[in-house]
Design a protein around this ligand. Structure first.
Ligand code: HAM
Length: 433
């Protein structure tokens, strides 16, 4: 029989790596809380129309990468519904904002999320078909200040703080403005015209994009095309006055907060909902998939999916890529492995119940305990304990009766007797070896 394996593009995460995932999520939650965000959990599958209307029919995500299926109709009269595993979470958050009438509070909604997303992309390092995002969105009616450039700058400053607190060094913030949808449409035409004489010298993809979606030419990675792309008109020159002023205010606030950034005229992003500010944080250690996170403003998304005017801005971090980056840093400077505080070795199977009771007592006092088995010979218990724990606690008939336990500390080789009432304190003290 063939052995079953995890599906291509999906992975099992095992300890000790999962500790790093938990550390990242915990740090992110702490930072988001300091900025007064609350957590939102939306469903992992949604109506397909949410993504085709929200993210955009023409995008790679919607046109090629979604896991979509027809759900069985419940009654004969019903039509089967097209459902999709979420490829991203901004559209879902905005749907929830509309569905729960959160705009009626008149306040800005500041929501964060952590969870899996699904895209049928070609798997490679840092790119998976199931991956995890940590993201946040700030959305609300214009009267709540949702269009303010201060919100953009605050989000970017929060991201710089979070990456610093995670200990990720060497990131670069790339920043651009794609203007209003009218600015984008105008720029698309400017690009289309500029590409007419140039496209024949470019790769086949660019030749096609020059006609269907000129903006995507800016994403081209083919080395021979780069000098040509550098000569193309820049989107900043197609922005209207309001978008230019907005962008200048974002930059001024970032300068005041000393958040470093580089302007990147080619950062147009692959989702159709973006307006004005767009950004990515990249990291050199990641290889081809170098975006640690991406985001931007989406002032028209709510209306595009049938909601009220509700401008917003947000981002999503690729958690898999944060882990890869931190792992690479840790490989250069490894942390000591986490081991248990003690291994309890019952001397004989009849002492197993008493050993479980002792383990329960110690674990409830916050200690990390491995429980051996009385069927092990003492030598085997010692060998196992030496790999898993800092100390071994021997539990025989005499120890049980007298309440005085024998404890050996592996690092020092010291063996001593400890009263049961003092055992937890003894085992938690780091320096009594
Ligand atoms: P995105 O740029 O498509 O934006 O994804 C954000 C981040 O998710 C990427 O920078 C990357 O780190 C990670 N990511 C994307 N695809 C994969 C993959 N196949 N494997 C591993 N990691 C991946 C969005 O999703 C927007 N919803 C972000 C946003 C929020 N914009 C406004 N609000």
């Amino acid at each position: 029989m063939t052995t079953l394996k995890a599906v291509r593009g999906t992975r099992d995460l095992l300890p000790p790596e999962t500790a790093l995932w938990n550390h990242i999520e915990k740090t992110a939650r702490q930072v988001f809380t300091r900025y007064n965000f609350g957590e939102i959990r939306t469903p992992i599958f949604e109506d397909t129309a949410l993504f085709s209307r929200g993210v955009g029919e023409e995008t790679d995500i919607v046109s090629k990468e979604m896991y979509t299926w027809e759900d069985r109709a419940r009654a004969q009269s019903e039509k089967p519904q097209s459902l999709t595993l979420r490829p991203e979470n901004t559209a879902g958050v905005v749907r929830a904002y509309i569905e729960h009438k959160l705009g009626e509070t008149g306040q800005l909604q500041k929501l964060y999320y952590v969870g899996p997303q699904f895209r049928r992309e070609r798997p490679q390092k840092g790119r998976y078909r199931q991956f995890s995002q940590i993201g946040a969105e700030v959305i609300g009616p214009p009267s709540a200040g949702s269009e303010s450039p201060l919100r953009d700058a605050e989000i970017l400053e929060m991201l710089a703080t979070l990456l610093d607190e995670l200990g990720i060094t060497g990131w670069t913030l790339h920043l651009n403005s794609v203007g209003s949808s009218a600015d984008r449409a105008r720029y698309n035409e400017v690009l289309r015209a500029a590409l007419i004489p140039l496209a024949p010298q470019m790769c086949v993809d660019c030749q096609r994009r020059a006609v269907t979606n000129p903006l995507r030419v800016l994403d081209c990675k083919v080395p021979e095309d780069q000098p040509i792309i550098e000569t193309l008109p820049k989107i900043v020159d197609s922005l209207d006055e309001a978008s230019k002023t907005h962008f200048a205010a974002v930059l001024a606030a970032l300068d005041a907060a000393s958040v470093p950034y580089t302007r990147n005229h080619r950062l147009v992003r692959g989702l159709d909902y973006y307006t004005r500010t767009t950004f990515e944080f990249t990291h050199g250690g990641l290889g081809a998939q170098n975006a640690l996170l991406g985001g931007g403003r989406y002032d028209g998304l709510s209306e595009a999916i049938g909601g009220p005017k509700a401008p917003g801005i947000g981002f999503a971090m690729g958690e898999d890529r944060l882990v890869l980056t931190l792992q690479a840093q840790l490989d250069q400077n490894p942390a000591p492995p986490q081991i248990a505080d003690a291994f309890i070795a019952p001397l004989g199977e009849s002492l197993n119940p008493a050993a479980l009771a002792l383990a329960r007592e110690l674990r409830r006092q916050g200690l990390r305990i491995e429980l051996g088995d009385g069927s092990f010979r003492l030598k085997k218990s010692f060998e196992t304990a030496d790999k898993l724990a800092r100390r071994i606690v021997i539990l025989g008939e005499d120890e049980l009766e007298s309440g005085i336990l024998t404890v050996k500390t592996f690092a020092s080789g010291m063996q001593t007797k400890v009263a049961r009432a003092e055992l937890a304190a003894y085992l938690s003290a780091p320096s009594n070896d």
